[in-house]
Write a protein that binds this ligand. Structure first.
Ligand SMILES: Cc1cc2nc3c(=O)[nH]c(=O)nc-3n(C[C@H](O)[C@H](O)[C@H](O)COP(=O)(O)O)c2cc1C
Length: 161
């Protein structure tokens, strides 16, 4: 089947936006991801798909630790920054006063929610790795509106009855 129709269907699937962060030997890296999903309650597992081309993915495989940062709509600039949309920003963490998980993965200030995970399993799926993460710690921070992504546009959630 043609991948265009696959992409068109997936673009009609509304997602939240997370920034996945990791650390290895003192270096921190992060990237925007909307493939984050819940997998299991027992054990506590989440999944995400990471392109093999991503350097941050290599660090995750080395350190076996990462954090999920769930963004608010006010944090759209971080969504873009960590997607590599600002080519002049080489160090994506510059000027961001972040906290860390117990394993040292950045938790961005004021995020909607976060999770600290260890790599439970990695499934090789061609151009990407499907990573299952075991949730070791988590938190809920500021109030706000969630950042959403739909048909290549940034937005937020609107409740209906
Ligand atoms: C809305 C959105 C969602 C994304 N989700 C993912 C994802 O789930 N997995 C992934 O590997 N890349 C994802 N990306 C792309 C990465 O964020 C992007 O390739 C990366 O930050 C580029 O890093 P680089 O410039 O260091 O290669 C997403 C990008 C956007 C704009």
């Amino acid at each position: 089947m043609d991948s265009q129709i696959f992409k068109a269907v997936m673009s009609r699937w509304v997602t939240g936006i997370s920034v996945v962060t990791t650390t290895y030997e003192g270096e921190v890296q992060g990237f925007t991801a909307n493939s984050f999903a819940s997998v299991s309650i027992d054990p506590l597992l989440i999944s995400m798909s990471v392109a093999k081309s991503l350097y941050a993915g290599e660090l995750i495989q080395k350190s076996k630790t990462f954090a999920i940062n769930v963004l608010t709509s006010d944090q759209i600039e971080w969504g873009k920054l960590f997607a590599g949309m600002y080519k002049d920003r080489e160090n994506r963490f510059e000027n961001i006063l972040y906290n860390t998980t117990t394993t040292g993965c950045p938790i961005l200030p004021g995020v909607y929610a976060w999770m600290g995970c260890s790599v439970y399993q990695t499934v090789d799926v061609g151009a990407s790795n499907l990573i299952l993460g075991e949730v070791e710690e988590a938190g809920i921070l500021d109030d706000g509106e969630p950042l959403a992504y739909f048909q290549r546009q940034w937005g937020t959630f609107k409740a209906i009855e």
